[in-house]
Write a protein that binds this ligand. Structure first.
Ligand SMILES: Cc1cc2nc3c(=O)[nH]c(=O)nc-3n(C[C@H](O)[C@H](O)[C@H](O)COP(=O)(O)O)c2cc1C
Length: 196
């Protein structure tokens, strides 16, 4: 699979880190295009203590990436900005209300917003892991607009019924749910098994 994963300036950087680690380890994935918005860097520094864009992937993965390539959010000429580039889908994790608005209105003024726009027009899966609380009417309307255009609204709401031992496990299991949704079920994913 060839996927795009973008992170924006919403809370939840740990969710992106766990998704990136799972994608890097997944043999079914041959290429991941990674884009971090300028504002995501501030949140990465706050939440994970990861500072700056230099070696960002290495800092998030704990080792140099083998299949993940990073693009600047300003590079609207990157391969993923064109529908002619083959792709199996795009995940925005976490997705800020600002980026959601740009996608819902078709602004396409950054690589993330353009790649999302392309994903929708090519009818490929676009998963928006929106994160804000509470939502105002604008957020709700933009989620509806994006969903009507084909996006999957996949809010950053972790599960509790799997009794995660800590926040890393909670984030890992959430990331696994997102990956399963794009066709990459993970072997360590918790699966609900009610007693017979
Ligand atoms: C620590 C921190 C946490 C934030 N959390 C959120 C959030 O959960 N959801 C959101 O929509 N914006 C959040 N913001 C605000 C966004 O970063 C801001 O609206 C930004 O313009 C989004 O830009 P982007 O979508 O280009 O990344 C947060 C900002 C900071 C500094």
């Amino acid at each position: 699979m060839h996927l795009t994963l973008a992170i924006t300036g919403a809370s939840g950087a740990i969710l992106a880190r766990e998704a990136l680690r799972a994608l890097e380890a997944d043999e079914r994935v041959s290429r991941v295009h990674f884009v971090a918005s300028e504002n995501s860097l501030r949140v990465l520094a706050e939440e994970l203590g990861v500072a700056g864009r230099t070696n960002l992937l290495k800092k998030m993965l704990g080792k140099a990436p083998k299949k993940i390539v990073q693009h600047s959010d300003a590079d609207i000429g990157a391969a993923i900005a064109s529908g002619s580039h083959p792709s199996d889908g795009m995940i925005i994790l976490p997705c800020s209300m600002g980026t959601l608005a740009a996608i819902a209105l078709g602004l396409a003024d950054s690589l993330i917003a353009r790649a999302a726009d392309v994903t929708l027009k090519e009818r490929r899966p676009l998963i928006l892991c929106v994160r804000e609380t509470p939502f105002n009417g604008i957020h709700l309307r933009n989620m509806t607009l994006a969903a009507e255009a084909g996006a999957i609204i996949f809010p950053c709401i972790p599960a509790f019924y799997n009794h995660p031992a800590d926040s890393v496990e909670m984030a890992r299991q959430f990331a696994f749910r997102v990956l399963a949704h794009i066709g990459l079920p993970q072997k360590d994913a918790y699966i609900w098994k009610p007693e017979a």
